[in-house]
Write a protein that binds this ligand. Structure first.
Ligand SMILES: [Zn+2]
Length: 228
């Protein structure tokens, strides 16, 4: 009865899930339901319970009511299915067991179910290095990292020879570690929820992009160029 693949991706900041999703969208035809993007797009939406906008609540660090988030997700699923997408990847959702249960109900209305949940496992030391070490050349867009991929010549871009770099991140080591531990606490129950259903698969996200892609494709039962 199920001829679509609807998949949940779980992973901390820096785990590389975004890169994998991008490739699955481009090479395999998935649609992506990215909650971070949906919240940004709906920033001006007023949350009735609070009288504040979505952006206002997020900026003040307040939690958004589950109902609002679920509503955005449901509307986006509808839009993507209407646009002909058969298989969807959920990124940044669900973040609670309540959301996970609501997602089950929503997908049942589309006559499918969540078939696999991929958990991107990566130790904190690597996540911290990936995020804090990242910098980029504004001239050509090449991305570097202090720990993993420095330019051949310090201070000079390999690609365009530029000598100015930008560091774009909102964290210092302390705030990043706090964010990572909050993430672990929040998602533990969700991981447990899917583990009990028997659909959780773990991927070693400390490996390089190509190896992680191979593992992800294996979890999804897909070959490199297979269209979903
Ligand atoms: Zn450059």
């Amino acid at each position: 009865m199920i001829n679509k693949s609807w998949i949940v991706f779980i992973g901390a900041p820096g785990c590389g899930k975004g890169t994998q999703i991008e490739r699955l969208v481009k090479k395999n035809g998935f649609g992506s339901v990215a909650v971070g993007d949906l919240l940004r797009q709906n920033g001006n939406h007023v949350v009735p319970e609070t009288g504040q906008t979505v952006a206002g609540l997020m900026n003040s660090g307040s939690l958004l009511p589950d109902g609002i988030v679920v509503g955005f997700v449901e509307a986006d699923i509808r839009k993507q299915v209407d646009n002909g997408k058969r298989s969807l990847l959920f990124d940044g959702f669900p973040r609670s067991v309540y959301q996970a249960e609501r997602l089950d109900e929503i997908v049942a209305n589309f006559d499918t179910e969540i078939s696999v949940v991929v958990d991107f496992v990566c130790n904190e030391e690597i996540l911290v290095k990936r995020i804090l070490g990242r910098f980029l050349c504004p001239g050509c867009g090449k991305i570097y990292n202090d720990f993993f991929s420095r330019p051949f010549k310090d201070g000079v871009c390999d690609v365009c020879g530029g000598n100015k770099f930008i560091r774009r991140n909102d964290y210092n080591e302390l705030s990043l570690k706090k964010r990572l531990s909050e993430f672990r606490e929040k998602t533990a129950a969700v991981i447990d929820f899917y583990e009990r259903k028997g659909i959780l698969r773990k991927v070693d996200a400390a490996k390089n992009v190509a190896s992680v892609r191979a593992s992800v494709l294996e979890c999804l039962g897909l070959s490199e160029k297979e269209n979903v």
